[in-house]
Design a protein around this ligand. Sequence first.
Ligand code: KG4
Ligand code: ZN
Length: 366
Amino acid sequence: MGVDQIVVTGQAQAIILGIETSCDETAAALVTRDESGRGAIRSNVVRSQLDEHAAFGGVVPELAARSHVEWLDHIIAQATDEAGMDLADVDAVAATAGPGLIGGVLVGLTTAKALAASLGKPLIAVNHLEGHALTARLTDGVEFPYLMLLVSGGHSQFVLVRGVGQYERWGGTIDDALGEAFDKVAKLLSLGHPGGPAVERVARDGDPRRFRFPRPLLREARLDFSFSGLKTAVRLQAEALAPLSDQDVADIAAGFQAAVTEIVATRSRQALERFGQVLPGVQPQLVVAGGVAANRAIAAALDRVAQDMGAPLVVPPIALCTDNGAMVAWAGAERLALGDMSSLSVAARPRWPLDDPDMGVNQHGV
Ligand code: KG4
Ligand code: ZN
């Protein structure tokens, strides 16, 4: 939860309320965007449901939706309070309309529709992935075009971001998302949920060379990921060694982390090479989003790749890499600036690829 101070320039600025409920965070934020395109976070309130799902080893959609219903009004009230603003000050209401767990998305989108209707302000239905994709423009003022690597619990993909609404998906995962792979490995090593931070923690005491786990697809040129074979190899190794000592757990975690780090680094290098081919003469930039960006081994490897390739690496503060309301508000602000608003009849979408031609809005950018 953080509030950035902004310098009030006297320029007209739009105030956007952003609502995020697509997974296990109930989040609301107020973000401003001035006419020059500079954004500022006035409030960013995130309530994680982690404890509610912990006993189940993963997010339970029905519980998540109920918890969003219970908390969203309070979180929105807290966001307006912390910003020192009133709902009546808001110029538009943005909410994640997908992709995500449909029950939760419906809670946020329906609330946003009710607010927009009662305030007489436009509604902006935001693609959650667009929220991740545009965050670096809010935090770092990154200019188009850039390459985004999104690595979260639900997604692993490269996207060429040419402009608002102009996205080319260059690769994704054919099975598990990277964060999901961390979570599953953590579960089979009895490390708890969420698994990523736990795997990273125990991996520090492990020997990454003791086990050489497979790097699926890595010899292929495509920019896709596959983690399920790796996860199976980890499971088989753990079963073969059972009962596991602390050192075994640490060594397996370190071996797994070394494998995924190599996979992500190699793919990122290939994706930056492709950037150079697709956009010759254009400075490549690599932007990372999603909770896995918190992993220091992966971040360090990406840093080396970016330096080798002469590409600036932008990793927004981790609180803005994971799910939050500010990214939704900001995507809404960018849309609003282009006059892209949604009808109150817009539907929630459990699946909504970023490069879907039906983003429901126009395409803008380079
Ligand atoms: O972006 P995020 O908060 O939620 C979505 O999935 O949208 O990402 C959460 C994911 C979880 O799978 C979690 O295990 C992973 O990010 N994660 C990490 C680390 N911190 C969070 N994975 C590896 N290393 C970490 N330090
Ligand atoms: Zn997300």
